[in-house]
Design a protein around this ligand. Structure first.
Ligand SMILES: Nc1ncnc2c1ncn2[C@@H]1O[C@H](COP(=O)(O)OP(=O)(O)O)[C@@H](O)[C@H]1O
Ligand SMILES: [Mg+2]
Length: 360
């Protein structure tokens, strides 16, 4: 068991434009045994953070702690980590067996132990029949399996994954995702997993760290992040199709306050300290073409109908802006039809228009 901690980490690259640091005073704890996913748009500093943990990059300020020990000055080889990259970087002249065995040979492990560990890992990753092949005779998915196996065979204190599945097609990505989940469940090794893919984050993570421009936006379980995004950026980052955002202004006082936008008005939730301009977020699954309960009506017209099979996605233009609706496949509405969409007020996410921070 092994906790990883970053304290006051900043990274400024020599000659980087604008002079802004890539990472500014990052404090993060990766709890022992958890799989933590760091997610954010390209260029937000995910790889840099991971490379600093690995010791491949030196932080400009701050310290890296592994298992209660300050390892900031230690070279990668002395940190007992294993890293899996997007590019597999296998040794082309070695067989699968030798690729898997390599780190153990460096460590001068006894031959019997090498054979035992390589065989076990190959079995677990479905590589047993491929042990005598060289990397060029493997498919992309098989190569990535070997890359993961090479990390697993070492039994490190910490796994670091940097977008390990980005080069694979969708079906293989799903399979490998489940494989990684199983490996983590079995070994319980602390794992830091970097991706820009929200599905990987939602399905793999015990905890998600959302990054933007080197700053932490939110830390939480996948469901917390989905159900209570801390700000508009996080709200828009998770969910397909993306959350709808409607501008409104809070009117009146006391219990009867309403937020009014173009074409709609919704009651303000009682305890919320809300005022002035707000942005209301609502997910496409919380918008319906059916009235009912205390749903709030918004008039509009369908501009596009996308058939996904099990459901349809309707793009509706309204006075308040474009609204995306997830509806059952049998929904008759077609492009050009006038419709009324209904918003579930209990499903609204309230953001302050200025700060973009969650208000209710
Ligand atoms: N060696 C480097 N020299 C200068 N700038 C770099 C270097 N590596 C990364 N950067 C910059 O730091 C920022 C973050 O990069 P990176 O950590 O790779 O982002 P991510 O992995 O989230 O896509 C980017 O703006 C990138 O251009
Ligand atoms: Mg990266």
């Amino acid at each position: 068991m092994c906790e990883v901690r970053l304290t006051g980490i900043s990274k400024r690259y020599e000659g980087a434009k604008g002079g802004r640091a890539t990472i500014e005073r990052l404090d993060l704890t990766f709890p022992s045994g958890e799989l933590v996913v760091m997610i954010g748009p390209s260029g937000c500093g995910k790889s840099t953070t991971l490379r600093i943990v690995a010791g491949l990059e030196e932080p400009t300020t701050g310290s890296v702690w592994i298992d209660g020990k300050d390892v900031t000055a230690l070279p990668p080889a002395q940190r007992d980590l294993a890293m899996v990259f997007q590019s597999y970087a296998l040794y082309p002249h070695m067989t699968v067996f030798e690729n898997l065995a390599f780190a153990l040979r460096i460590r001068r492990a006894p031959e019997a132990e090498i054979t035992e560990r390589v065989t076990t890992v190959a079995e677990a990753l479905g590589l047993s029949a491929l042990l005598e092949r060289r990397p060029k005779a493997l498919s992309g998915g098989q190569r990535q399996r070997v890359a993961i196996g090479r990390a697993v065979v070492r039994k490190p204190k910490v796994f670091l994954f940097d977008e390990p599945l980005s080069n694979l097609d969708a079906k293989l990505r799903g399979e490998m995702r489940r494989e990684i989940a199983r490996i983590h469940k079995d070994a319980g090794t602390t794992s830091l997993y970097v991706t820009h893919d929200q599905i990987e984050a939602m399905t793999l993570a015990d905890r998600i760290v959302v990054l933007r421009d080197g700053d932490v936006q939110q830390i939480g379980s996948p469901l917390e992040i989905y159900q209570r995004p801390a700000n508009r950026f996080v709200a828009g980052f998770f969910g397909t199709p993306t959350m709808n955002f409607l501008s409104a202004a809070v009117e009146g006082a006391g219990g009867g306050r309403k937020a009014r936008g173009l074409g709609f008005a919704v009651p303000v939730p009682a305890p919320a300290e809300l005022g002035g301009e707000v942005v209301l977020g609502i997910r496409p699954e919380d918008v319906s073409l059916e009235p009912g309960g205390d749903r709030v009506a918004l008039p509009g017209a369908v501009t596009l109908r996308e058939v996904l099979g099990a459901e349809v996605v309707l793009h509706v233009t309204s006075p308040a802006g474009d609204v995306t609706v997830r509806a059952p496949a049998q929904t008759p509405a077609r492009a050009g039809d006038a419709v009324t969409v209904y918003l579930d007020p209990s499903a609204l996410h309230w953001f302050d228009a200025q700060s973009q921070v969650r208000a209710a």
